[in-house]
Design a protein around this ligand. Structure first.
Ligand SMILES: Nc1ncnc2c1ncn2[C@@H]1O[C@H](COP(=O)(O)OP(=O)(O)OP(=O)(O)O)[C@@H](O)[C@H]1O
Ligand SMILES: [Mg+2]
Length: 225
């Protein structure tokens, strides 16, 4: 599903922020990516979304070679991903409901399916009562859950989430992570970038540590649930 082959990456002409990354993530895996602030986690995430392109080497996702993807194929590629951004990126002029519905509308889902699917997903992340609010009228944790709902609503084969529990209290963070695990159990590949080592310890699974732009370790930890 995901492969990084000898990937180097630098922002413009700066020094390398990722150096010789080699990773293989199979269909159906659940993977945590951890590491200090500035280690390069979000940069990996940007390469996966094809917001940035590897300076050297290749990134392959779901059969798309991102180093060779033409500009016109980028939107099509991105629609195959469910993405939770570290900074949410909600549309401020749209309600919670509309933000989630929009993700379906751009893929030509029928209005009938949108009316069925959006309330279901909002319920799943506990936001049913906030459907009519605008992003500025809800808390940071709630915005984060809208971002998660938007990532889930298309039933993508791959979900990548950058700090999906960063603004959420511990009990809710547990529920959100649990939800991602359930989705993974149903077959979706899930990649979660997180600082929250308590959650990582609790859930276990494959944990890739990035430090100074390199893969420092890649291990499977036992679940404590
Ligand atoms: N747009 C940019 N232009 C230049 N340098 C950048 C840019 N974005 C990030 N960097 C630098 O790249 C390095 C890796 O940043 P990255 O955002 O990938 O870290 P991170 O592991 O996600 O950190 P955090 O946990 O704080 O989110 C850092 O040194 C950062 O300062
Ligand atoms: Mg980051």
């Amino acid at each position: 599903m995901i492969e990084f082959k000898n990937v180097d990456f630098a922002y413009e002409s700066d020094s390398l922020v990722l150096e010789n990354i080699n990773l293989k993530i199979n269909d159906g895996e659940f993977v945590f990516i951890v590491g200090s602030s500035g280690a390069g986690k979000s940069s990996i995430f940007k390469l996966l979304r094809r917001e940035e392109v590897a300076t050297k080497g290749e990134v392959i996702v779901g059969g798309y070679n991102l180093s060779r993807l033409s500009n016109k194929d980028i939107p099509t590629y991105r629609r195959t991903l469910g993405v939770v951004f570290q900074d949410f990126r909600l549309i401020k002029s749209m309600t919670v409901y509309e933000n989630v519905a929009f993700a379906l509308r751009v893929t030509n889902v029928s209005s009938r399916d949108i009316r069925r699917r959006v309330p279901y997903i909002l319920g799943l992340v506990g936001l049913g009562p906030k459907a009519k609010k605008y992003p500025d009228q809800i808390s940071g944790g709630e915005q984060q859950r809208v971002s998660l709902a938007r990532a889930l609503v298309n039933n993508p084969a791959l979900i990548i989430a950058d700090e999906p529990t960063g603004n959420i209290d511990p009990a809710l963070a547990f529920d959100i992570m649990h939800l991602l695990f359930e989705i993974n159990r149903a077959g979706t590949t899930v990649l979660v970038v997180t600082h929250d080592m308590k959650l990582v310890d609790k859930f276990g699974g494959r944990v890739i540590t990035i430090e100074n732009g390199k893969v420092e370790s890649d291990v499977v930890k036992e679940s404590k649930l």
